[in-house]
Design a protein around this ligand. Structure first.
Ligand SMILES: [Zn+2]
Length: 176
C-alpha cells in the first residue's frame, strides 16, 4: 500500500516556477491611476489602444501587455493563450484569436501566414521579411532593405499590391 503511494508521488510532474515568466499585473488592470504615474509598459498598452481607437478592456489590456512587453516577436494564438494562462489570466483561445485579429485590423500587429496551418502575429508591424526555420517553427526578422524583389507581377484588374512578404525557409545544413 505504502509502496503504491510512493510510486504515485514519484510520478507527479514537478511544478517548475520560472522567474522569467511574466506575471500579469492584474491589480493594475483595476488601478489605472497608479499606472499612469509610473509610465511602465502596461500604461503604454492602454495608451496604444486608445491611439488606435480600441476601448482598453481588461482582456485587451492583459493580452496587449503580454504581447508587447517583450519587444519585437512573433507569436501564435496558441502561444499567447498559454502565456495568458501561465500569467494567471484565464481567457479562452477564441478570445485570444479575436483580440489578435482586432489588433491586426488596427495595425498594431502584422499577420504572417507561414504555412497553411500556422498563423503568426508579428508585434513589429513595420515592413520587413522573415527567415522561417522549418521544423523549429521559428521566425527571424530580415530587414526590409536586405531583400530586393526585382519583378512583381502585374496585379489583376482592380487590385493593387498591398505589400510583399518574403519568407526565406531555412533548414540545418545536411552533413555530407
Ligand atoms: Zn517579424
Amino acid at each position: 500500500m505504502s509502496e503504491t503511494v510512493r510510486t504515485v508521488q514519484m510520478a507527479m510532474p514537478r511544478v517548475v516556477v520560472e522567474d522569467a515568466e511574466p506575471v500579469l499585473p492584474i491589480a493594475r488592470l483595476r488601478d489605472s491611476a497608479s499606472v499612469s504615474r509610473t509610465g511602465c509598459p502596461f500604461h503604454d498598452v492602454r495608451h496604444m489602444l486608445r491611439e488606435v481607437g480600441l476601448r482598453p478592456t481588461r482582456q485587451r489590456l492583459a493580452l496587449g501587455w503580454l504581447l508587447f512587453a517583450k519587444g519585437d516577436r512573433h507569436v501564435s494564438a496558441e502561444i499567447l493563450h498559454e502565456e495568458a494562462i501561465k500569467a494567471r489570466f484565464p481567457v479562452s483561445l477564441a478570445t485570444v484569436y479575436n483580440t489578435l485579429h482586432q489588433f491586426t485590423e488596427v495595425g498594431l500587429l502584422r499577420e504572417l501566414a507561414v504555412d497553411g496551418s500556422k498563423t503568426y502575429f508579428d508585434t513589429n508591424p513595420s515592413d520587413h521579411h522573415h527567415f522561417f526555420v522549418e521544423g523549429e517553427n521559428n521566425l527571424v526578422d530580415i530587414p526590409s532593405a536586405a531583400v530586393e524583389v526585382e519583378r512583381v507581377p502585374e496585379p489583376p484588374e482592380g487590385y493593387e499590391v498591398a505589400r510583399i512578404d518574403v519568407v526565406v525557409r531555412l533548414r540545418p545544413k545536411r552533413r555530407s
